[in-house]
Design a protein around this ligand. Sequence first.
Ligand SMILES: O=C(CO)[C@H](O)[C@H](O)COP(=O)(O)O
Length: 213
Amino acid sequence: MKLQLALDLVNIEEAKQVVSEVQEFIDIVEIGTPVVINEGLRAVKEVKEAFPDLTVLADLKVMDAGGYEVLKASEAGAGIVTILGATDDATIKGAVEEAKKHGTKILVDMINVKDIEQRAKEIDGLGVDYICVHTGYDLQAEGENSFEQLRTIKRVVSNAKTAVAGGIKLETLPEVIAAGPDLVIVGGGITGKDDKKAVASEMQRLVKEATLV
Ligand SMILES: O=C(CO)[C@H](O)[C@H](O)COP(=O)(O)O
């Protein structure tokens, strides 16, 4: 089980500052969609250059032109690129094909997919690396989370690894870990805390403990 830090509401300098505080406790650093919108793929490039030992995920949430967008993110240094599960199979296949040329991994974000079970089964046959259930900010604000969806994909996905994102906090992490995802993605649960190091350290401890069981 791995821990990914999601950076969403920062610029490049702030991103580097946060990563420098918690880098020893995380496996993957996500350059979130708002950061890419504000700063472009330069954010991926600069963070990868500053932290070459960390895998950088570019949260592009690709919906079309899968091959081209994966190419550009890979050139910038992304080790993982996100594609939306709600898009068509052709886009996902194009992304997977391009990713293989660069050794990049594809994480499919199932945000706003209505029939998670059916779509996860379909996507699991397309050669992607991760299938991720995700409750976005707008539904988090309505009190939703992805924990039940995580149990669903754990049941039906057999090729890809599983991931979960959306509002995970230190207090809810044990419930998430109990469902056994391969990747736990945490944004505000770390970045919103005064002592980011302490929270990230404790999260890493819980994730590692579960991995050893
Ligand atoms: O992709 C995202 C929003 O679309 C976030 O990166 C993801 O939800 C994790 O952040 P948080 O833990 O703050 O919800």
